[in-house]
Structures are given as C-alpha cells and as structure tokens.
Design a protein around this ligand. Sequence first.
Ligand SMILES: [Cu+2]
Length: 166
Amino acid sequence: MNTIKYLAISSIAATALGAAAMAHGGHSNSEENAAGQPGDPKAVSSTVRIEAGEIKFDVRKLTFRVGQTVKFIVVNKGEQDHELTIGDHITQLEHRKTMAEMAEAEGGMSTGEMHGHSHAVGSAVTVKPGETKELVWQFTKPGSFEFACNFPGHAEAGMAGTIDIR
Ligand SMILES: [Cu+2]
C-alpha cells in the first residue's frame, strides 16, 4: 500500500517536472525573457558600447528606462570568444548551465553551434576575437537584470554586470 502511494506521488512529481520542461522549451517560440524582448533596430533610443577582453567587460553597471530599446555594440578586444547575454539572474544561470553542458558533452562545440541550440538566441550574441557585433534589446519591465558572458568560467571571473531598469 505504501509502495503504491509512493509511486503515485512520484508519478505526479514526474508529470509536474515534464510540464515545467515543456513550458521551458515553449519559450523558444518567443525570444522574450524576464528582462524584455529583442528590440526593433529602428526604435533604438540608446546605444552602449561594451568591450570584452580576458576576462572582463569594460562596463559593470547600466541603467535604462522601462520601454527603452538599447543597441549593445559588443567589441571583442580579447583573444578568445566571448558573448553577451541579457536577462534576469535565472536566465543567466540557465544559459550558463546550457553552455557548460554543451562544452562538456561535445568537447569543443563551436560557439555558433552553442547558440544555435540555446533557448534564448535573441538575448545573446557571440563575438569572436577582433569582431564587433550588435544586439538590440527592448527592456519592457522595471527591475534589476544582468548582462554576462556565459562561456564556462567567464561570468564567475567577473565578466558580468547589472542592468537596472526604472
Ligand atoms: Cu567571455
């Protein structure tokens, strides 16, 4: 009897997890996340230039208004690939985990492939050494968000900063 009860409960738990996983996968249809959504390049109201290097960004803190569309110009002055992801803390942790898992599983997957598999392509841009890439993002909600490079170890080494939306 106890065993049956336990099985019933664990099957409910598994169903709940499955639903959560599906909900998670579902947001690849829309590239918005807690920090906003991909912006219209024609609606840009603020432009920020961020330099990436080993292992840091030259910017640590940004502040914008709710509704603003921001163009991030990311310049890689370093000698290795970097990226910029915009999102809330959870988004960053998820993206970091995904990239770490891919690096481990594939043993050297290219960054393009990594972002091809990522669930939030619109909120991230990968920049190779010497390259400059742009990311246009609209901040739709007030709050405290983050930007980070989620290559394994980079954010942990300080390659991250805060974005306050008021
Ligand atoms: Cu980096």
